[in-house]
Write a protein that binds this ligand. Structure first.
Ligand SMILES: C[S@@+](CC[C@H](N)C(=O)[O-])C[C@H]1O[C@@H](n2cnc3c(N)ncnc32)[C@H](O)[C@@H]1O
Length: 235
């Protein structure tokens, strides 16, 4: 009997597809043009694209993703009996790591799981998230639910801890709504932890305007597979 293996997918499969297509196109251009200068430029473009593809695979590799999610969860220090939310859970990476980290806790992972999203992960479905929770034997602690982070289907002050990993940077339309919703569903005294590679200060300013306070951050580097910040704050 074959044992099922955990997989959290590859980041941004749509973007990856575009880059791979571009490499193939460049290769054909290389064959068409005999001019040395043009061939030299095409070779540089192919190398640059190959490096970007390599970096996406490196950043996406499951062991490094698990390592980063453990760092995020240790930074957030979830308590026993906590009720927690993972916003933009994808294939359940952070929801599962949170569930493994504390006794008697309950985690809900929400996502739109939109097949059209360019920023998702490969195999991005609720079924795959559920399968990962079963493989990690935390299915009794984790529940997945389809929802849009801009309109969370939960009452005010529901969660002790809300996490959002590799999501906020890629939400262009309605990011303020997402933060407002996260603030609303976080309990008073509860925590919000998120990652951001691009906009740490912008997000801290926005969260602070919503009412979050006591900001702390930690920086990750290439050894963890991504140059990014984890930011923790309280309601
Ligand atoms: C790069 S993936 C990260 C997945 C997961 N947090 C991880 O670290 O593996 C970003 C996720 O955010 C989800 N997402 C994007 N916009 C969303 C929204 N408005 N509401 C809920 N989920 C959203 C995408 O579907 C995708 O699964």
């Amino acid at each position: 009997m074959s044992e099922e293996r955990i997989s959290y997918g590859i980041y941004s499969p749509g973007v990856l597809g575009v880059f791979i297509f571009a490499i193939v196109a460049c290769f054909f251009l290389y064959l068409i043009f005999n001019n040395l200068v043009i061939r030299y430029i095409i070779t540089i473009i192919i190398l640059a694209l190959a490096i970007i593809i390599g970096l996406i695979f490196y950043e996406s590799s499951s062991p490094l993703r698990v390592k980063r999610s453990i760092i995020l969860v240790e930074f957030a220090e979830p308590k026993e009996n906590s009720v927690m939310l993972d916003v933009g859970t994808g294939r359940g990476l952070v929801a599962i790591t949170l569930a493994k980290a504390c006794k008697n806790c309950k985690v809900t992972g929400i996502d739109t799981w939109s097949p059209l999203s360019l920023s998702g992960v490969s195999g991005n479905t609720m079924e795959n998230a559920q399968k990962n929770a079963e493989i990690e034997k935390v299915e009794h602690k984790v529940k997945f639910q389809q929802a849009d982070a801009r309109k969370l289907p939960f009452p005010d002050n529901t969660f002790d801890l809300v996490a959002s990993h590799e999501v906020l940077d890629s939400i262009v339309v309605g990011r303020d709504k997402v933060l407002k919703e996260i603030y609303r569903v976080t309990k008073r005294g509860g925590k919000f932890v998120f990652s951001t590679a691009l906009s740490k200060y912008i997000l801290i300013r926005k969260c602070s305007k919503m009412g979050f306070k006591k900001f702390q951050s930690v920086r990750l580097g290439l050894r963890e597979g991504a140059i990014t910040y984890y930011v923790l704050c309280r309601k």
